[in-house]
Each structure stands twice: as C-alpha cells, then as structure tokens.
Design a protein around this ligand. Structure first.
Ligand SMILES: [Zn+2]
Length: 294
C-alpha cells in the first residue's frame, strides 16, 4: 500500500552543533529554512550497486516527488549478534513470532492481527498489551581530516575485520548527533564536532535507519576503542571499498567521494533494498532507491 510521507526540517547547511565541555551538545545556530518533501506518484532515482565501485549514480532532483513502498518488516533474516549498541546489519526486525513472552508482565503472547490493524502482532494473553516493533536508528560520523576520512576496523561480529565509519545504535535519552559523537568516542577515542547531517539511509528489510553526520576532529588524536582493532585516516582514493563492513557504509562513502569530487558534500536520503535472491552477507547486492539530495 502506498503511503504519503512528509519529511520536514531537512537542511543542506546551517544546522551547527557544538559539543559542550560536559560532553553534551548546544545548538549554536540555525539558519536553514525548513524544507518539505511532498510525495506523490512519481518515482525517484534508483541506483544499482552493479555500478559500484565506479558508483555512477543517476541523480534524483532535489525535493523530487517520489513514491514510497511499504516496509517489508516481517521478512528479514535474523542474524543479530552484537551485544552492545554497535551496528549489526543482519539484525532481527519484524519477526513477530519470535516474541513469545510479554516484555511488561512476562505472560505468554498470542500472534494475531488486532482489530483495525493490518499486521500480525504479539499480544499478551495476560495483560493484553501489544508488542509493537519499530525500526532502530543507527547514528554515526563521517570524519573529515586533512582531506581524509576516519575508518575503524571492526573487532567484533558481525563483519569482523572489515572497515566502517564509527556508528552504532542511538540510545534513549540522547539526540542523533549526541549518539554519533558518543559512538565515535567509543569506537575511535576521537572527540569530534558535528558539522552537518550528510545522509539518512533507510534499510526496511532489517528495520534500520542510518543517520550519518559530517564531523571534524576537535583534536588530531584517535585510537581504537574496545570494538575496533585499528583506526585509520584514508585519502579518498585509498578507501578500502572492497573491505567495508556494511552496505550503508558503501553507499555513504561512495556518495561522499562523489560529492567531494564534484566540489561540495550534499545531504542525501535513500532507501537501501536488498536485491531478491542475494546473500544477506553480500554488501554489494542492493539497490539504492528513492535517492534524494539537496
Ligand atoms: Zn503482559
């Protein structure tokens, strides 16, 4: 079923956060005008990963109308293994039949479509509460320093030994920017200043949305955190595209390289959809749909 979606407050420049000495954030200037994307029946650009690594993306016009498909939140594989907030691309999402007990009272659940709804839910047979499942937000930083970007080599599964931007699950009680700064500190021992949002990438199949910020190092110091075996600055021509951990990182870094070579980073929105019949572990087997940029 098609649904109209409105995205408000997207900006291409002007939102600036400055970390407070306490480690929190203060909002020091807002100059961007809120934008709105009105969606209709048009179809936006599709980028197929078969173009990679050359990454020849057919551009979608900014603020272009597009059609959004409903999320396939009940058909994903279950491969989540990370115990911390670090990114687990094969995370379980939407498999309601794996919810067998109520998170509030511990009672057994039944699996039914509630009156007035369309999706199967886990419903507690004791207290009657419904366990709704919603996507998780992953936040991270694309750190620019001396015309290079900072990557971390993962020391944990999934994708052990592969490179990623510092990123992880947003926690309750923090903003997306605060979470990105925290994850960068945890994975790279790097203090960063968030400059602007760079990309929002939805992955409906696994119920994740990535929000990646451009950031600068406050001090030219970094080192591997507990979840990383190495942290390294890469020039754009040396980014290890064949050894990246996740599709989201492949998309983010390709968009960034393309933007820098064109003169200036933009803000990107897109949906990463796995190509049917491909391996969940193949990070190249996807299409980037509904790619918008401003
Ligand atoms: Zn209950």
């Amino acid at each position: 079923m098609l649904k109209a979606i409105q995205i408000l407050g997207c900006c291409s420049s002007g939102f600036v956060w400055k970390p407070r000495s306490s480690g929190g954030l203060s909002f020091i200037s807002v100059s961007a005008k809120p934008l709105s994307y009105s969606l209709s029946s048009g179809k936006a650009t599709r980028m197929d990963s078969s173009f990679l690594p050359e990454f020849s993306v057919r551009r979608a016009r900014s603020l272009r109308a597009f059609r959004a498909s409903s999320a396939r939140s009940e058909s994903n594989p279950d491969g989540r293994s990370a115990s911390s907030s670090s990114v687990a691309v094969q995370a379980s999402a939407g498999n309601v039949r794996k919810i067998n007990f109520c998170q509030w009272c511990g009672g057994p659940t039944k699996h039914e479509i509630p009156d007035g709804e369309e999706k199967m839910r886990a419903i507690c047979t004791v207290c009657g509460k419904i366990a709704y499942q919603n996507p998780k937000m992953v936040v991270g930083c694309l750190i620019e320093h001396d015309n290079k970007v900072l990557l971390c080599k993962r020391k944990i599964q999934p994708s052990y030994g592969l490179w990623t931007l510092p990123a992880g699950y947003m926690e309750i009680g923090e903003s997306a920017a605060e979470g990105a700064i925290r994850e960068t500190w945890e994975e790279a021992n790097a203090e960063v200043e968030v400059l602007s949002p760079f990309a929002q990438l939805d992955i409906p199949l696994i119920g994740q949305t990535y929000v990646i910020f451009l950031a600068n190092l406050k001090k030219p110091q970094f080192s591997p955190g507990p979840e990383s075996s190495e942290c390294q600055l890469f020039s754009l021509d040396d980014i290890p595209f064949n050894s990246l951990a996740f599709s989201s990182m492949l998309v983010t870094l390709n968009l960034y390289v393309e933007d820098v070579k064109a003169g200036k980073p933009k803000f990107h929105y897109g949906t990463i959809n796995k190509r049917p019949g491909t391996s969940p572990s193949d990070i190249h087997a996807f299409t980037l749909d509904y790619h918008l940029q401003s």
